[in-house]
Ligand binder design. Structure first.
Ligand code: PLP
Length: 388
């Protein structure tokens, strides 16, 4: 598979050195990611702006994303799992990496060996980390996670009280961050936000002092009183809207193009795709594109006689989807395009300036997080810009 110059490219892909066999092309704009980082950093200043790169960097590649951010000043990263931490540690030997899932029984030596910091959210975890520190005669850093109302991970109220009454339980460890997580920050008007903040502040005031962190992406926009010492944005870095009901202040980072395999035509009354779910109401020209739900282009984006689906775009013009999304294929209506404008080997925009990650999520009845983390392994991934 050599480099290709002969393939016919849609405009946004002009000049890219794509393999001739490319089916889907995912472009990740690291310059936009960094501008998003600067925006969040400036919004949260003087708090430190960390980056959440769990879920393999929200589907965009944790090492690529984190390396670009590190080159632009970001020093603290959050991953979900120890194995994500191990991968990131190799790429960034000098960064601070927290593992949100915390300490699984027996994993102390892995954390210490890789220089990773567990986010401790339970008495048993605290005790195990303390024992491990004592054995190693070293106060190793960890974050302490207080649950202030989300009921997911973190020290419950009763355990917080036990720590307040016996703070010496923390004597053997080094708490480098005290954190909590907001459940409803994407809806700024919800009173739970202030309530969680209040509980967080009250707990923090009663245990040995450490840098504080409460805000995710949306939390940063709740105002300076939510930013404390360190903020932990994820989705907003990647261009997703941190709000559920306001316009998106962030820049798009991802665009996705699908390759046209075949052009065809069908008559009024014929159906397209599995289940004959979509019946044509006019003589139709269509393009079959080499992306499907196996690539994370969700089944829910398809159409039927009863419901319209997500469009693709070609030179800025919408192409309605025809019928169900297959595992590896989707079909789009090109009847309204100028004759002979779309050819085998062309690319159509599936996610991009005309149809964003948020638009895609809304069409599929899901959230941008799921669209991003579903982006499949078969795409040709192209990173634009990003270093220093
Ligand atoms: C995922 C996560 C974040 C980032 O949330 P976004 O909404 O993507 O900004 C921050 N903190 C914790 C604990 C998380 O689990």
């Amino acid at each position: 598979m050599g480099a290709a110059s002969a393939i016919s490219l849609g405009d946004p892909l002009e000049g890219l050195d794509l393999p001739p066999s490319a089916t889907g092309v995912l472009i990740i704009d690291l310059e936009a990611l960094i501008r998003n980082y600067f925006k969040l950093r400036d919004e949260a200043a003087p708090a430190e702006c960390a980056a959440v790169v769990k879920g393999i960097g929200y589907g965009l590649g944790a090492c690529e994303v984190a390396s670009a951010l590190f080159a632009n000043g970001c020093r603290t990263f959050f991953v979900a799992t120890l194995s994500e931490g191990e991968t990131l540690r190799e790429a960034l030997p000098d960064s601070v990496i927290y593992v949100l899932d915390g300490l699984l029984p027996g994993s102390g030596p892995d954390f210490a060996g890789l220089g990773l910091r567990p986010v401790l959210g339970d008495m048993a975890e605290i005790e195990e980390w303390a024992r491990f520190c004592q054995i190693n005669e070293q106060k190793l850093p960890a974050a302490l996670h207080a649950d202030t109302g989300m009921n997911r991970l973190g020290l419950k109220a009763a355990d917080q009280q036990r720590l307040i009454e016996k703070p010496e339980r923390l004597d053997a460890v080094s708490i480098s961050l005290l954190m909590s997580h907001l459940a409803c920050a994407d809806e700024p008007e919800r009173r739970e936000n202030a309530l969680q903040r209040e509980r967080f502040v009250r707990f923090a005031a009663n245990i040995p002092s450490a840098p504080l962190s409460l805000a995710n992406s949306a939390g940063i926009f709740l105002g300076p009183e939510f930013c404390f010492d360190l903020v932990r944005p994820g989705i907003a870095l990647y261009g997703g809207n941190p709000f559920s009901k306001r316009t998106n202040p962030m820049e798009q980072v991802v665009s996705l193009y699908g390759r046209v395999l075949q052009i065809g035509e069908a008559q009024t009354g014929e159906t397209v795709g599995y289940g004959g779910a979509f019946q044509l109401k006019r003589p139709t020209n269509y393009a079959t594109v080499a992306v499907g739900y196996a690539d994370g282009y969700l089944f829910a984006l398809g159409s039927s006689d009863k419901r319209s689906g997500a469009p693709a775009y070609f030179r800025g013009q919408p192409l309605p989807i025809l019928g169900r999304v297959s595992m590896d294929l989707i079909v789009f209506d090109i009847t309204d395009q100028p004759q002979n404008s779309i050819h085998r080997g062309d690319f159509v925009e599936l996610i991009g300036p005309h149809f964003t990650v948020d638009d895609t999520a809304a069409f599929a009845g899901t959230i941008a997080y799921e669209i991003l983390t579903s982006l499949g392994p078969r795409y040709t991934r192209i990173y634009r810009g990003g270093l220093g």
